[in-house]
Design a protein around this ligand. Sequence first.
Ligand SMILES: *[C@@H]1O[C@H](CO)[C@@H](O)[C@H](O)[C@H]1NC(C)=O
Ligand SMILES: *[C@@H]1O[C@H](CO)[C@@H](O)[C@H](O)[C@H]1NC(C)=O
Length: 406
Amino acid sequence: MIVSIFAVIALLCQLSLALDNGLARTPPMGWLSWERFRCNTDCKNDPEHCISEQLYKRQADLMVSEGYRDAGYEYVNIDDCWPAMERDKDGRLVADPERFPSGIRALSRYMHSKGLKLGIYEDFGSKTCAGYPGSEFYMQIDANTFAEWEVDSLKFDGCNSDPKDMPYGYPAMSFFLNITGHPIMFSCEWPLYEIMHKLPVSDYRTIAKTCNIWRNYVDVEDSWDSIVDIINMYGKDEGNFSAAAGPGGFNDPDMLVVGDYGLSYYQQKAQFGMWALFAAPLMMSNDLSSIGADAKALLLNKNIIAINQDPLGNQAIRLFEVPGSLSVWVKKLASGGLAIGILNVNNQGTPQKYTTAFSDLGFTNKNGYVAREAFENKLLGKYALDEKFTIYVDPTSIYIMIADPL
Ligand SMILES: *[C@@H]1O[C@H](CO)[C@@H](O)[C@H](O)[C@H]1NC(C)=O
Ligand SMILES: *[C@@H]1O[C@H](CO)[C@@H](O)[C@H](O)[C@H]1NC(C)=O
């Protein structure tokens, strides 16, 4: 008890802006099962795709053999539908014995032996979104269980709860995780549920002291409409939530659907590029055993990953948009340079011409800038501050430029 009181005082006294657990100093990268594999528990008929230890092991093996781990993707995250329907006699969660016969600790050790990390999922409410046992009244027991299992990350959902409890409940869970002494990256769905229930949104700086990453909008779906909808929400930046992003804490626009069914190559490029500019967690939700070569090359693009992983942790803001057409986004980089995204949501079949000058965009370095196209890392040239230049942005796609002051 005394230990707990000191820990609370230590937590309250922390001066840092973000949750101080040493994690997510840059946006976390990895793989998460939800968008692609959902709550498929039918291992009898669909053994390759059901939520089971085999699924996570198989994706982990591919993350290593296909170069994803070496490119920075490190978390392998379980989502909903992993536990048995009942807690054990001591109130502890147990993994579904048929689908996870080796148990979660064996799975986390498997990940660690491959240089990867294991993430798990629970819910702040009485039940998870899919109806499995929730953490309400069991938060400390669950935090201890996850630490004993040597789990490295927790996604804490908000179904079947009263979101009015979140400003107390999420910090409580964060505290229980902290006092296990085992570092666990904390992925929250506070403030998403406040927004969905039309409640006042908690202060993002308070959220950033509680969570390493936090969802603030609806689930991503495998469609271009979903991607554009999320991007627009981030463009509006209501409550200035972009300002809360930085080392230790990031806004989470949800998973990457690159490599799935719904987006064209150009649209996948737009999602990946925008998520990089947003300093968003890069959590792939795809089947790495059947992903196409183009999608794979995108996900492994070092230049775009470097924008995402920039140590400043700055989140791009929208400078302006022409609704239905081009919008311009800027992310500040630790080097003093800028990553500039020009997104084209227009689908009129031909690349859109865009002529501008750095001064038109509001930049002020009097010697001008040297510019590179980011996907190919291709030098474009040096431009004086007022000098016009022209680029072409593919339909429903993105152009990203890195501009370094001269
Ligand atoms: C717990 O919080 C303290 C104070 O913020 C921090 O120094 C420590 O690293 C945290 N420990 C874990 C395991 O998260
Ligand atoms: C958002 O917050 C940042 C950092 O505190 C501040 O510089 C900026 O002016 C704010 N923007 C708006 C629109 O309030």
